[in-house]
Design a binder for this molecule. Structure first.
Ligand code: 13P
Ligand code: SF4
Length: 343
């Protein structure tokens, strides 16, 4: 596709959110990236939180963590460029050891992934022997390697339900754990520094951790009350990394892709997304007939590290290569593949 065609396509979708002069520059970058992608036999995966110009121009596939893990598992190209954060690129490498997996930014971390270490998981296993461990995919490979099964926001309750155990260790997102407890009917308890024994008076429980998403923890029920006062007919969608109170006060909760589908498949006068703010722009661009309200004070700083400029450099210099030591990869792959098998 020519630069002009890319520019026209971007303009048709993004003229309300990206200034024209920027679109011209971004179209040129997207053209170079797409050319190099073909030459190097690479595939580009883009998370739903990518900035609008990138999201709408270069990815071969876009989606949520689960969808992109599935696609990564089946990728046939020599190189996978992951436009997302490090734990996502690591998951692609775990599933595809023979491919080169590139992350366009050096760090691109995640507050949840940073909240827990492999040693923390080993300590929890000692404290609660025999209790199965579920970890959110928003963790690094060494943590996944200590885990029985992974989950994402779109299958967390199904994964917990699939385990033949009344007590489950669920790591590391406190809010997702509380939301899963709500859905599965389990009680949630948190180990403290002094240690907490599982409560034997409760039939079914989740043992949680105190990690939080630095973006989703910022939304409050007051935000919801304020928006509903102004727009009583608004439909509010919240990611399950938001607090249970926020999820409860919303109309729909689901993974990033589930929220996109909900907007596409329903007709409400207007929508408000309680999630990372680039996604609101991406949905608005894809559904111009729908009104998306903005509560855009939170852009994930880690997702924001991935730019078109860095993606071009990533392909040109084949950087930053994701490496996972083989003994960790093999163990982590079992946990990720068990999750993928559940759906
Ligand atoms: P999804 O799996 O819903 O795309 O979420 C990933 C994430 O990091 C949300 O903050
Ligand atoms: Fe991590 Fe939150 Fe950013 Fe998602 S939005 S990558 S959970 S910090």
């Amino acid at each position: 596709m020519s630069i002009e065609k890319i520019y026209q396509e971007m303009k048709a979708k993004l003229s309300d959110v990206v200034p024209d002069v920027e679109l011209r520059i971004k179209a040129e970058l997207a053209y170079e990236i797409n050319k190099l992608k073909k030459e190097k036999n690479a595939v580009i995966l883009g998370h739903n939180y990518m900035e609008p110009a990138l999201f709408h121009s270069i990815p071969d596939y876009v989606g949520d963590s689960l969808g992109l893990s599935r696609i990564a598992a089946e990728a046939e190209q020599d190189i996978i460029v992951f436009c997302g954060v490090r734990f996502m690129a690591e998951t692609a490498k775990i599933l595809n050891p023979e491919k080169a997996v590139l992350l366009p930014a050096k760090e691109a971390g995640c507050s949840l992934a940073a909240s827990i270490t492999a040693e923390d998981v080993r300590a929890l296993r000692k404290q609660f022997p025999g209790v199965p461990v579920v970890t959110y995919v928003n963790t690094y490979a060494d943590v996944k390697a200590e885990t029985d099964i992974c989950c994402t926001s779109s299958n967390a309750a199904a994964v917990v339900d699939s385990l033949d155990s009344d007590t489950v260790i669920f790591l590391p997102d406190e809010y997702l754990a509380r939301n899963v407890a709500q859905e599965t009917g389990k009680h949630i308890i948190f180990p403290t520094l002094t240690g907490v024994e599982a409560d034997t008076t409760i039939d079914a429980q989740l043992i949680g951790w105190n990690g939080r998403c630095e973006v989703h923890e910022q939304f409050t029920t007051q935000d919801i009350a304020d928006i509903r006062a102004q727009y009583p007919d608004v439909v509010i969608l919240a990611h399950p990394e938001c607090s249970p109170e926020v999820v409860e006060a919303s109309d729909f909760s689901g993974s990033t892709s589930a929220m996109i589908r909900h907007v596409e498949e329903t007709t409400a006068p207007r929508y408000l997304l309680l999630t990372e703010c680039a996604m609101g722009d991406n949905i608005a661009a894809a559904n111009p007939e729908k009104e998306m309200l903005r509560l855009c004070r939170v852009r994930c700083p880690h997702m924001n590290e991935i730019t078109l400029e860095d993606t071009l450099a990533s392909l040109q210099k084949e950087q930053y290569v994701i490496e996972v030591p083989e003994e960790i990869r093999v163990k982590a792959a079992q946990a990720v593949e068990r999750m993928i098998a559940i759906g």
